[in-house]
Design a protein around this ligand. Structure first.
Ligand code: COS
Length: 379
């Protein structure tokens, strides 16, 4: 695919930044599980954290395809860092830009774009994972304030974000139409973050539990219309799934590059192992699947950029690309043999980081439900 001049420049910026700032820290971030504060400060200076938003609010108006390419590029070096960008742009500030009123965007979106404010997206609960409509957290109007009670789990950027989009039930009798979205600042009395997950991969991306005990927020912090929260969540996820696909493509590309390099360097039986058909066929499969995953991802991103329906394409891209990332990372470890099972080689981390791509923002099985739904609706 031929990139425009502008895309070339932006992708190069993302690559240079990742090579200079992300790559040297990625192994340490993984090892310690510490949130990379200094790196994120530098990330804020790039403007990537709010790049897709209108210039009016301080963004760059970057189109969704170019943005997906930024996520892909950063993911080659560290998926946890790319998640900080995509968690912000797609899942959290994305719905604020789309459903927020002017006052909310002036107040918050400008901070995302100009100050690199981090936002979180709080949908998941112990009883509301794949069944996103099972939200038990409640929001009740009391005078000029909403009072929120409940808890959210597996929330990315927990404890780092200054603002969360929180989905809460405002009318249980209305099912998905009884869920509303709220803008909740942190810290606030009654809003605590007691637990963080000790994860297998993407360890630099903080994931934690949010607890709301009679948390009071102003009435005007309702995002969109009353009862629109489920629809807001689904649309946020449609966009987010494209970036998970882009991350998958980036990770798979890195794993393939590492496998190619290793297979040429490593000699056994008197020749580089790449000369064995068993190895070269693995590389051929990795390359082909990756190319297909990239095409699906760019197609979904281009459709979103053009303002066309993209829920179906996003689900296909996410499902396929995340499986490809796991396939490619697995083969990359296999090609590295025993060395690939050690932390001396980056493929070990890629293998662990890849797994979450098949899980978050909707499991592979959920993507298949969405895809099948579209297929069966066709006349
Ligand atoms: N965009 C806009 N609206 C959407 C939508 C989308 N992509 N998908 C569904 N909706 C709407 C439907 O049109 C329907 O509206 P009406 O009642 O007005 O017709 C409503 O939402 C309910 O849709 P549906 O009946 O399909 O909802 P379900 O409860 O069956 O859930 C799935 C559908 C399984 C697809 C949804 O729960 C889901 O995506 N789950 C996974 C959640 C997830 O990804 N979690 C990850 C953690 S968050 S990072």
């Amino acid at each position: 695919m031929k990139l425009t001049k502008e895309q070339e420049i932006i992708v190069k910026l993302a690559k240079d930044f990742s090579l200079r700032e992300v790559e040297p820290l990625a192994a340490e971030i993984d090892e310690t599980g510490e949130y990379p504060d200094e790196l994120v400060q530098k990330l804020k200076d790039t403007g990537f954290l709010g790049c897709i938003f209108p210039k009016k609010y301080g963004g760059f108006d970057t189109d969704y395809l170019t943005y997906a390419m930024i996520v892909e590029e950063v993911s080659k070096y560290d998926v946890a860092t790319s998640m900080i960008i995509s968690g912000n742009c797609s899942l959290s500030a994305g719905p604020l830009a789309k459903f927020g009123n002017e006052q909310q965007k002036e107040k918050y979106l400008t901070k995302v774009c100009n100050e690199g404010m981090i936002m979180g997206f709080a949908l998941t609960e112990p009883g509301a994972g794949s069944d996103a409509a099972g939200v038990q957290t409640t929001a009740v109007l009391d005078g000029d304030e909403w009072v929120i009670n409940g808890n959210k789990i597996f929330i990315s950027s927990a404890g780092i974000a200054d603002l969360y989009i929180v989905m809460a039930s405002t009318d249980k009798s209305k099912g998905t139409h009884g869920i509303s979205a709220f803008l909740v600042e942190y810290p606030l009395p009654g809003f605590t973050i007691p637990n963080f997950e000790n994860k297998m991969g993407i360890r630099g991306s903080h994931t934690g539990e949010l607890v709301f005990q009679n948390v009071r927020i102003p009435k005007e912090n309702l995002l969109g219309k009353l009862g629109q929260g489920f629809q807001i969540s689904m649309q946020a996820l449609d966009g987010g799934r494209i970036t998970v696909a882009a991350s998958s493509v980036g990770l798979a590309q890195r794993a393939l590059d590492e496998a190619v390099k290793y297979s040429k360097d490593r000699a056994q039986f008197g020749k580089p192992i790449s000369k064995n058909q068993g190895i070269s066929f693995m590389l051929a499969e990795m390359e082909t699947k990756l190319a297909a995953a990239r095409l699906l991802t760019y197609d979904a991103a281009a459709k979103k950029a053009a303002g066309e329906p993209h829920s179906h394409e996003a689900a296909m891209a996410k499902y396929f690309a995340s499986e490809v990332a796991n396939f490619v990372a697995d083969k990359a470890v296999q090609i590295h043999g025993g060395y690939g099972y050690t932390k001396d080689y980056v493929v070990e981390r890629l293998y662990r980081d890849a797994k979450i791509l098949e899980i978050y923002e909707g499991t592979t099985e959920i993507q298949k439900i969405v895809i099948a739904g579209h297929v069966l609706k066709r006349k």
